[in-house]
Design a protein around this ligand. Structure first.
Ligand code: MSP
Length: 515
């Protein structure tokens, strides 16, 4: 039976332009989505934009636009960024869409029916930048004795009538969830942090505001708009048609994976499951938090002027180089730094040298010495069997790693085989066999072509465009690119197109190093 797999990215705030940090979670989610499709699952991949809240309202005013016109414009830019990054989303939800607004209201009503929403007054600290409430004990001292949120965001004292969600009643159930289902959240550092936060006790959560209008009206009390996080989190359900249980997309619930940044792990692993428990809705299977990017060692900020739009990198280096680097640089889950020098260095060593040269050497030897057609597989030597047996294990090994969100380890696993192929080609020296044993030369090249087919197949989720080109050059048709198709050998004699280099080399990094 085909397995259903539902994966989501966070929905992005439209108060500023998209940058590399936003592209990161989307690329990671895209890799998981593409990988599951290759493995034969029926995938639903959701991304979108989070368009309500005071912060967006203020940004629209500052831009001299109505909130709707402003959000239309920025949301379209996020979608364009996703398209440039080759994010293969099935749906792009905007929280200003009627399907979302009515769904979020239905979820509110369902939670309210549980008795866990009550009207009170909120008095406390609010950090607009984080759209989050903080307790006095969580604040830190900023410059000039000013109080700041633990994230460094400025806080203001807010006092207004508010609906509350009885989060305090969920502490034990949440702790039980984390204990019973250790895979519910990762990586482990983030899990430990969340568990100790919950162990310290939970305060009820203010879930409505009356001091601004740009939000989803609270059912039966339109003076209030929903707190942006109640509104935002519900997108994962409203995009499936919630509350309409007849919507076929509802079969994708519960979500298999919510990918989020570490800064928003708390909202997803504490608030979201508690809202769902209150509503009697099944919980997602897993929430995984990725780390943050700095640029040349510095935090990205408008004031430093170092905010990187991934599209600039894409136009200089191509989309796959950027996708590759984002996931390759640091084990997925940790923080990483984007430095131009290490970026170029990786493209040269790992893409151009290790993988690009291997494909180019193999394919040009076939073009020159085998009439440009896929050679026959011959009797295998021990070296052939050893190499291919290792390569054939890749899909299942990587499936386990991708299942744990170990997206960098999965790449490393492939690179082990690429390096083994390079050692094999050097050792077998097919160029020398041309004179001494042309038949064996063909067999060696076929072993390499078969190994490269596996490598290019499993790397498609990371680098869809260049692996498409590599598979075409290897004579693999569109219908032969899934994991299942790997079980069927390509017929010998299949004509291959003329080989062309796939990964260019860049000189800049080497120059800088030489200085
Ligand atoms: N709108 C909320 C999410 C609601 S999900 C129901 C939000 N939006 S955001 O635009 O501020 O952030 C979206 C994602 O971008 C988060 O996962 C955040 O971690 C990520 N990043 C923002 N800056 C980043 C870096 N510098 N590096 C890596 N990821 C970063 O939060």
């Amino acid at each position: 039976m085909t397995r259903r797999f539902y994966v989501t990215t966070p929905i992005y705030y439209v108060n500023g332009a998209p940058h590399i940090g936003h592209a990161y979670t989307s690329v990671a989610a895209d890799i998981v989505a593409r990988f599951r499709r290759l493995a034969g699952d029926q995938v639903h991949f959701l991304t979108g934009t989070d368009e309500h809240g005071q912060k967006v309202e203020q940004a629209a005013t500052a831009a001299g636009e109505t909130p709707q016109a402003f959000t239309d414009r920025i949301s379209a830019d996020f979608r364009a960024m996703a398209d440039t990054m080759q994010i293969s989303y099935d749906d792009f939800i905007r929280t200003t869409e009627p399907r979302h607004v009515s769904g979020a209201q239905a979820l509110w009503e369902k939670v309210a029916a549980s008795g866990d929403i009550y009207l009170g007054a909120y008095e406390g600290w609010y950090a607009l930048r984080d759209e989050a409430f903080y307790g006095e004990d969580e604040l830190i001292d900023g410059p000039n004795g000013q109080k700041l949120a633990p994230t460094g965001a400025p806080v203001e004292w807010v006092r207004e009538p508010s609906y509350f969600f009885r989060l305090s009643a969920y502490q034990d159930r949440l702790l039980e969830l984390y204990e019973k289902r250790p895979e519910f959240m990762g990586p482990s550092g983030s899990r430990n942090e969340i568990m100790s936060f919950v162990r310290q006790g939970l305060r009820d959560l203010s879930i409505s505001r009356t001091s601004f209008r740009w939000g989803v009206p609270v059912p039966n009390d339109p003076e209030h708009v929903m707190y942006v996080w109640f509104d935002a989190l519900s997108n994962y359900l409203t995009a499936l048609g919630y509350p309409d249980t007849n919507n076929p997309l509802m079969a994708f619930w519960p979500a298999d994976l919510h990918l989020v940044g570490k800064d928003i792990a708390r909202f997803h692993t504490v608030f979201w499951p508690a809202f769902l428990m209150a509503a009697g809705i099944e919980l997602p299977s897993r929430i995984f938090a990725n780390g943050w990017w700095t640029v040349e060692g510095e935090k990205m900020s408008k004031s430093l002027g170092n905010v990187i739009d991934p599209r600039d990198l894409v136009s200089e280096f191509g989309v796959d180089a950027v996708r590759f680097f984002l996931i390759r640089e640091v084990p997925f889950g940790g923080d990483s730094d984007l430095s131009r020098r290490s970026f170029i260095h990786r493209l040269n060593t790992e893409l151009a040298n290790d993988l690009g040269n291997l494909a180019q050497r193999t394919l040009s030897l076939i073009a020159r010495n085998c009439n440009g057609a896929l050679p026959e597989a011959g009797a295998r030597t021990e070296a052939d069997t050893h190499l291919l047996a290792q390569a054939e294990l890749l899909p299942s090994l990587m499936e386990e790693q991708v299942g744990r969100c170990a997206l960098t380890d999965a790449l490393e696993e492939t690179w082990k085989i690429i390096r083994a192929c390079n050692a094999y080609i050097d050792h077998q020296a097919p160029w020398a066999l041309k004179k001494t044993d042309p038949e064996r030369m063909g067999h060696v090249l076929r072993v390499l072509a078969d190994a490269l087919r596996i490598i290019a197949t499993v790397l498609q989720p990371w680098m869809p465009e260049s692996m498409d080109r590599m598979l075409t050059q290897l004579g693999v048709s569109e219908s032969e690119r899934s994991f299942a198709a790997l079980g069927v050998a390509l017929p010998a004699g299949r004509e291959l197109p003329a080989p062309k280099g796939i990964f260019p080399r860049y000189t800049e990094a080497e120059d800088e190093k030489g200085q």
